[in-house]
Design a protein. Structure first.
Ligand SMILES: [Mg+2]
Length: 322
């Protein structure tokens, strides 16, 4: 990066961003100008930081760029939105190769493009660690659905499977070589944009969240925001096949590991039949894993009714490590 410099790098990436009718002024000015026909917006921001979220050899620069967009798209999906515009901030060590940063940028643009979003601006700053921060705007759906709204008796549903990405991280950190399925899952999250939109627009759900920091922790956020508790049946949780082959600790990892980017939603009992009819429109499987209860906190029980205990329910950046 020292060779090309900040402005040289920016000049090299700007011509690669496509033109769109809803982007009146794109990158290269003090602000971007975007057009929208009188609608509400969802706005979210998230970072990937070297040494905190990834190590360089875990994924290629292009994969890193893709992932940094996809995890933001997952937050938009969790509220039923459509990704539309994003701003990118790079923190870059001076020794980082500019050709690699071009690949990171190309990864962001490719993932954004696939989900219908445009990169409309950004910022570049020197940093001690490589980091990518993306602010993403999404079109809000016609009704709002948040983490608050779950009621006792509502059934808890989860899309896809969980555990594989956390397994890859766990194995890398212990010097192992994770299997292809686990690595793929870590590198390329699948934000459930289509499912999120269909679920919110259907009006069948009472709350939703994306599972980014671990099932137990994220369901805990729903419980706290809604003032309810949750009862989860371990046997019903769709744990990724790659984790199922491993001993019990892999199950624990699946429940608290994070990086799944699946959707968790709650459905009032009287909507269950209609939810079945909606399944084909979701574009992914959805499984019932438990029920919202009166009371507080998330309770996970095994087939014998025994409660599982967790030291911590998921990833917390500032929790002290033992
Ligand atoms: Mg989220």
């Amino acid at each position: 990066m020292q060779e090309v410099g900040e402005f040289g790098f920016i000049d090299s990436i700007l011509p690669k961003l496509g033109k769109r009718r809803d982007v009146l002024v794109g990158p290269g000015h003090d602000c971007a100008v975007v057009r929208s026909p009188g609608r509400a917006w969802l706005v979210t921001v998230d970072s990937l930081v070297e040494g905190v979220h990834f190590k360089r050899h875990w994924l290629s620069p292009r994969q890193l760029g893709r992932k940094s967009f996809l995890i933001n798209a997952s937050d938009i999906a969790a509220m039923g939105g459509q990704p539309r515009f994003c701003l990118v901030n790079f923190g870059v060590p001076p020794t980082y190769r500019s050709a690699d940063l071009v690949r990171v940028q190309a990864g962001i643009v490719s993932a954004a493009d696939e989900l219908g979003a445009a990169v409309v601006g950004g910022n570049l700053s020197q940093a001690t660690q490589l980091s990518i921060t993306i602010t993403l705007l999404g079109e809000a759906p016609s009704r709002l659905c948040t983490r608050a709204g779950a009621q006792p008796g509502d059934q808890i549903f989860l899309t896809g499977t969980i555990g594989a990405a956390a397994l890859a991280v766990h194995q890398w950190l212990r010097g192992g070589t994770p299997s292809g399925a686990a690595v793929r899952r870590f590198r390329e999250p699948e934000p459930r944009v289509r499912a999120g939109k269909a679920l919110v627009e259907s009006r069948l759900i009472s709350s939703m969240i994306d599972v980014s920091d671990g099932l137990v922790q994220d369901l805990g956020h729903v419980c706290k925001a809604s003032g309810v508790g949750a009862h989860v049946e371990l046997e019903r949780i769709p744990i990724a096949p790659v984790c199922r082959k491993l001993p019990n600790s892999a199950t624990r990892l699946a429940l608290s590991g994070g990086e799944d980017y699946e959707l968790l939603c709650t459905v009032p009992a009287h909507n269950l039949t209609r939810l079945k009819h909606l399944q084909a429109a979701l574009g992914c499987p959805i499984h019932r894993i438990g029920e919202i209860t009166h009371g507080r906190g998330v309770k996970v029980v095994d087939a014998t009714g025994k409660r599982l205990r967790f030291d911590h329910g998921g990833f917390d950046h500032f929790a002290s490590r033992r």
